[in-house]
Design a protein around this ligand. Structure first.
Ligand code: SAH
Length: 392
């Protein structure tokens, strides 16, 4: 593990911010607005409308986040825009790297002192950003480190987008060893429950997929929204007619256990949540990803694999098994490898596509417990790394 030097990028955020303040939403930022609203904002500032496109090209096209670096703008304009449309939202606290620089985690302090994390993961053919959608999380899943913290607040659209733009800049700088210098995937698998911050997450997705200079121009298929299974929000997502990849954190095929592992199951049961997920798959034609953290002697029994297989057989779904990353002080541990292999075997025997996520990034994962590795590798002997549609 390497601790990277933190570059002080926020002169407007002195050390005093280290003490937590009352959670509040941040000031407005360019990335909160679509292009039309940006035009309105710059004209209100007394600038010509074309400035909207100009700063958008800097921010989304060239990944320049700091107005001072937009040197083709007159100094007075830069100052006005910096104050009104480019406030510093994210201040890096620590940056950690492992896997020879291919995995990097950034801990951010937000304007009100709240802390969130993002992770950048490089692979030979792609670079993936794992971003947070909330500071903390209100879903209280007992095996998840963020779940133990409770919810501090929702992130703004721009706080989400700015994580991605920053990480895209890191990728573009060539800093991700052995990977292409371009961010191509985003997974909402950092802190928070994305569908509990629904309108902002959807707007952030719209910003990520809009072509430059309005947005980052990423492919929808390469964006994954992961949820504990908030059924009404899943239904709303179906109505958006987006085609992002949906990941459902199932973790148990039966209500008894899922009520405990994913407490929101007490409200929306396994059958209901799977129905919503299958409807999403039918609407988008895209396979859903069923996330299942394998926990020793808790949810890894052969009968649970068989039950999961029966629930998913013939559906547009695949299972992504995650070896549990134990959180500090947790009574739970990952399943032994032979148990994991048997779980995989039974699912595949039922005709369900199944992958096991690799454990990349664990070394820098201690503080969070859930921002572990991302993509998956084929389980079983000699399985070559495969690219699953979904990552953590
Ligand atoms: N709230 C969303 C997204 C954030 S968590 C969700 O629950 O889907 C991203 C994934 O990491 C989820 O599948 C979550 O269940 C899983 N996860 C959380 N803590 C973990 C841990 N300690 N070990 C392995 N996976 C974990």
């Amino acid at each position: 593990m390497t601790i990277l030097p933190v570059i002080p990028t926020s002169p407007d955020q002195p050390d005093a911010v280290k003490t937590r303040r009352r959670p509040t939403m941040p000031p407005r930022h360019l990335a909160d607005l679509d292009l039309a609203a940006r035009k309105e904002a710059v004209t209100t500032l007394g600038e010509p409308a074309f400035r909207a496109k100009q700063i958008s090209t800097h921010y989304f096209g060239r990944l320049v986040r700091d107005a001072e670096a937009m040197t083709d703008l007159p100094a007075a304009t830069r100052a006005r825009l910096a104050g009104d449309l480019l406030p510093t939202l994210l201040t890096p606290v620590t940056e950690l790297a492992c896997d020879d620089g291919a995995t990097r985690k950034t801990l951010w302090r937000l304007h009100d002192g709240a802390l969130v994390e993002s992770v950048l993961m490089g692979y030979p053919d792609r670079v993936t950003a794992c971003v947070s959608s909330q500071a903390g999380c209100g879903m209280a899943c007992p095996f998840c480190a963020t779940g133990q913290q409770g919810l501090t607040r929702n992130l703004s659209i721009a706080e989400i987008v700015d994580q991605v733009v920053y990480l895209a800049g890191v990728a573009a700088s060539g800093a991700v060893t052995g990977s292409p210098p371009r961010l191509s995937r985003v997974v909402f698998m950092g802190m928070g429950e994305p569908l509990a911050n629904y309108p902002r997450v959807i707007e952030a997705v719209r910003r990520l997929i809009a072509p430059a200079p309005e947005g980052l121009g990423l492919s929808q298929r390469h964006i994954t929204v992961s949820t504990v299974g908030l059924v009404p929000a899943m239904r709303r997502l179906i109505a958006e007619e987006l085609s992002v990849t949906l990941a459902l954190s199932l973790h148990a095929p039966d209500d008894d256990l899922r009520d405990e592992l994913v407490p929101v199951n007490q409200r929306w049961k396994v059958a209901e949540v799977l129905d919503a997920a299958f409807d999403y798959a039918a609407q988008t034609g895209r396979r859903i990803s069923i996330e299942y953290a394998l926990i020793r002697d808790v949810n890894d029994q052969p009968w649970r694999a068989d039950l999961l297989g029966r629930l998913l057989r013939g559906k547009l779904a695949h299972v992504n098994l995650i070896p549990l990353n134990p959180t500090p002080g947790s009574k739970w541990d990952a399943s032994p490898k032979p148990v994991e292999r048997e779980f995989v075997r039974r699912l595949r025997e039922a005709g369900v596509a199944t992958t096991v996520r690799d454990t990349r990034g664990r070394e820098i994962d201690g503080a969070c417990g859930q921002l572990a590795a991302s993509e998956v590798t084929e389980a079983g002997a000699g399985g070559a790394a495969t690219i699953a549609e979904v990552a953590q």
